[in-house]
Design a protein around this ligand. Sequence first.
Ligand code: GDP
Ligand code: MG
Length: 434
Amino acid sequence: MKDREGERVILVGRIDSQLPRINIGEFKALAEAAGYKVVGILIQKRYPDSRFNIGSGKVKELKELISKLNAEKVIFYNQLSPNQVFNLQEELGVDVIDRFQLILEIFARHAGSKEAKLQIELAKLKYELPRIRELVRRARMKELPGISRGPGGYQVDVYYRAVRRRIAHIMRELEKIRKQKQIQRKARFTLGIPLVVLTGYTNAGKTTLFNRLARESKIVSSAPFSTLSTTTRLINFKGYKFLLSDTIGFIEDLPPLLIEAFYTTLEELIYADLILLVVDISEEIDEIKRKIDASMKILSEIGVLGKPIILVLNKIDKISNGELIERVEKVLPNFKYRVAISATKGYNIDRLCEIMVKLLPKVRIFKVALPVEKLPIVFSKFNKLRMRVIDIRDRALIELEVPHALMDHVQNYISGLGGHILAHATSGSVTDGT
Ligand SMILES: Nc1nc2c(ncn2[C@@H]2O[C@H](COP(=O)(O)OP(=O)(O)O)[C@@H](O)[C@H]2O)c(=O)[nH]1
Ligand SMILES: [Mg+2]
């Protein structure tokens, strides 16, 4: 994937009766989530212009802004027609994308599984089809009258058909994956370390909180877990270790074409032992309510409502104590676990960690294979732990209930004896570790 880290962008939005307001904070957070550096923002109130979306006077202003701020790209909030993209790029001399493509880029950054990657490619191709059609049209316009198909037009035609074939192929692949998934439903991470997942709307402060927790934790690297995505860190809170995952989260006004891809970005939630639902408590009360309701609905749709959820009320530094109390009373009476924090100021982070640790599993059941002659040593060494012998043949197979604090110790001891851990589980049933 092309590296966009730090690329300088200007955000552009056009408001009218159809789109009366743009949440600039969210727009900016989206751009940053894709790795861009936002250097300017330009908003116009106007009915749509068919050539440029914004007015041609505004295009001139934008062009000056680009050279003044050294911008390398422009991102439109409004969806652009293929025609408008071509015209704007020609006029401005830099790349122009819209919010749809921006969200796609963010998804692509986070896509871990094959399914997620395919879903994203599918959305991208479906989005590009009309753009390619526009290319076909433009290529044909340049041709001589009377000749229906010049070399340029022919090439684009071939490309157009290739894209359609690719779309059909991806849809068949996705159908296959869906069938396999139903069989593998039970497979899960068996790292033996609990997983906490951050979720919530864009701009709520998930990434800020993620970075703070990762920074305050002694552990910097997540090297032994290199199979995990780059947005997962190993956290150590007073000796209690857990994995923390940052997610893209929920996005307002998600274009319908992106909904399938969006759901595949939420996969981590399925593996979570604990979910942190982050909300921006400094927003309007109605807004907060609406977002919490919508979030819970999505969590219910992906089937994770049975898991413990902590409602994290972020950005308390932006409101008064009185306002906080009022909001908590009005908005959130039915959350069992909630904590008010400021991710930027660091308020109440310890309190949040305490609640997390309280809600995370206390014991794990290890399924261990070891040389038969070592069985007595293990029995006497761990005589305080619950243990069950499953099978004894050339190796002994045992189940061991290990409190969280002892996990590292037990793991090291077992491998020192020439044994190894086959699987972990949080409850009575051990799932296979392979
Ligand atoms: N005042 C204040 N701003 C915050 C706090 N936490 C995050 N922010 C700001 O909110 C914006 C979005 O934060 P980010 O972590 O990117 O949100 P995400 O989209 O949920 O990952 C950024 O400008 C942050 O600096 C907070 O506790 N207080
Ligand atoms: Mg984020």
